[in-house]
Design a protein around this ligand. Structure first.
Ligand SMILES: [Zn+2]
Length: 376
């Protein structure tokens, strides 16, 4: 779940880190408030007014999300202290993600960054339990503080499951890394145990469905799927990084420079002259002879066919200024990370102030395949 920019809303900044929420969170906030107002609170306080019930439920649900944010901020703070920049924090339906701008450099740092998450949830569980003990018999605070203590304890325990992408997986990775001296071994182990944990959750979900707990069961299966994807892609991304490192952008970008097209060319002309006949997929768009943007097949396919006559390359291109800048001598890994972070299929590559060409995702994949086949 490493996505960013896909519809997330930035709600503010803490220590300069953007805090984003996924729109699905509003749905969960509603569901959770409804569940608490309809179940937990009336069971504990049958005499409570409707308004009181709903307000207490909403406040409790908001404190739950604040707990998740607290957990992620703890990761972020310790990551920064250990020299790892934090790009953003996103709250999702299932919890949060502190997006780090790299991996910690030592097993000790990896351990600290991971372990502080469950530790902070345990601290919150203890805090809410303390509040419950102190004020639980006053007003209507008892049920909510007890529930918040319980849910934070569950969060801590769930996150300690020893597999990617959970904190427990990173703790396991750091231990294996420290014992074997090889981070790659740690990553492989935590990736595999993450897949096992995910299958376990799916099996548990199936079992719960057969037991009659359909909603709870489907929920488990869904979390299992998401964790499985995350564990698999995290392991793959790390191993791919190893394959990409040491290679420069210039070694991979095509020898043949992408064709240049004028900004005034209509999409109809482009498709007829370049795409159908020659099978080209990426173009450099020029105005007055100098490059101003890039255009890919994907940009063309997003325009309805009926508009191809009236739409020009200049209308749908991505201007060069809107794209990250890569130099021919930059590390390929850096370029691929930029593509991933910005969800781009190609990047303009510069040689000094001159545009040298485009680096496309196809070229990267081709390069990786060649290396795999030749065993280099
Ligand atoms: Zn965590």
């Amino acid at each position: 779940m490493m996505g960013s920019g896909n519809g997330n809303i930035t709600i503010g900044h803490v220590w300069g880190i953007p805090i984003q929420i996924n729109p699905s969170l509003f749905l969960i906030l509603g569901l959770l408030t409804w569940t608490l107002a309809g179940g937990l609170l009336p069971a504990a306080y049958p005499e409570m007014s409707d308004l009181g019930r709903w307000l207490t439920a909403l406040l409790t649900a908001l404190l739950f999300f604040a707990s998740i944010l607290f957990h992620e901020l703890a990761h972020a703070l310790v990551a920064r202290r250990n020299g790892v920049p934090v790009t953003s924090i996103t709250l999702y339906i299932f919890g949060g993600i502190a997006q780090l701008g790299g991996k910690p450099k030592t097993p000790g740092a990896e351990f600290r960054v991971a372990a502080v998450g469950p530790a902070s949830s345990l601290l919150l569980a203890a805090g809410f339990w303390g509040l419950n003990q102190a004020f639980g018999d006053r007003g209507y605070l008892g049920a909510s503080t007890q529930w918040l203590a319980y849910i934070n304890l569950i969060l801590a325990l769930f996150n300690l499951l020893p597999g990617y992408p959970l904190d427990g997986g990173r703790i396991l990775e750091s231990i294996v890394w420290s014992v074997t001296g090889k981070q790659e071994t740690g990553v492989k182990v935590a990736g595999t145990t993450g897949q096992i944990v995910a299958y376990g959750l799916m099996a548990l979900g199936a079992y719960r469905v057969f037991q009659g707990d359909v909603i709870g069961g489907i929920w488990s299966v869904m979390i299992g799927f998401i964790l499985h994807n995350a564990a698999t892609s995290e392991k793959r991304a790390f191993l791919q990084q190893g394959q990409l490192s040491g290679t420069r952008v210039a070694q991979v970008m095509g020898i043949v420079r992408e064709p240049e097209i004028a900004a005034g060319l209509t999409l109809q002309q482009l498709v007829e002259q370049h795409i159908l006949g020659q099978g080209q997929g990426s173009f450099i768009v020029t105005a007055g002879g100098s490059p101003v943007g890039v255009l890919s097949l994907r940009d063309v396919s997003q325009v309805p066919r009926t508009d191809w006559q009236q739409t020009t390359a200049g209308d749908v291109m991505t201007p060069l200024g809107d794209l990250p800048r890569v130099e021919v001598n930059d590390e390929l890994l850096t370029a691929v990370q930029l593509m991933d972070a910005n969800q781009l299929g190609q990047l303009p590559v510069f040689d000094g102030s001159q545009l040298a060409g485009l680096l496309t995702r196809d070229e990267v994949i081709h390069h990786l395949r060649l290396r795999a086949e030749t065993g280099t």
